[in-house]
Write a protein that binds this ligand. Sequence first.
Ligand code: AMP
Length: 223
Amino acid sequence: MIKEGTLNLVFLGPPGAGKGTQAKMLAASYTLPQISTGDILRSAVKEQTPMGIKAKELMDTGALVSDEIVIGIVEERLVKPDCEKGFILDGFPRTIHQADELKKMLQVRGKTIDHVLSVEVDKEELLARITGRLTCRSCGAGFHTVFDPPKAADTCDGCGGKLYRRDDDKEEAMRKRLDVYEQQTAPLAAYYAEESLLRRINGSGSIDDIQRKLLTILGSEIE
Ligand code: AMP
């Protein structure tokens, strides 16, 4: 049960910090939709929609897709009925312009962000984590060769789908993604600190420990 009816959350953090994993767990605890622009873009790539075809090349090299495309995706998604009780944004916003546009699209609907959860992990650990990352082709679940191995090799524990290594998880693309993060996304921490929305979480413990820390921060939101 969520106090005052809604809980609007944004996850911030570099690629590989565990945002997606944590967002998925919180989404299950609070029964809120997890909106991952990366997941939405990956399904567009898989389905070879015009947007997917346009996005693929940029995604593979670790660059950002245009603000216009991702803002459109989020705008369409946030008006769906399952967002009435709140939402968990994962991977958006990633630029100051996206953050400004998010603020505007919420404002016109009388909504605001409640917390920006910044999951912080240093660069060396990120590189080690991400190069072992495996993703399920069917349901998008994440695993790790060392830190979170699947029960059967190359197979998703959840749905039995085939696991693969994302093109943008290979080392060169990963370095580029970290640079892009530092230049374009990291400034959002100051942006949200200014609005008193930033909650920093050390993201280098176990998955369950980090989830507990998040639930403690959000504890006051649950009845
Ligand atoms: P993610 O799964 O969040 O790591 O996203 C994978 C890739 O999708 C990123 O490296 C970008 O190319 C693209 N992407 C996801 N979200 C955004 C966003 N908010 N702005 C621009 N590009 C994005």
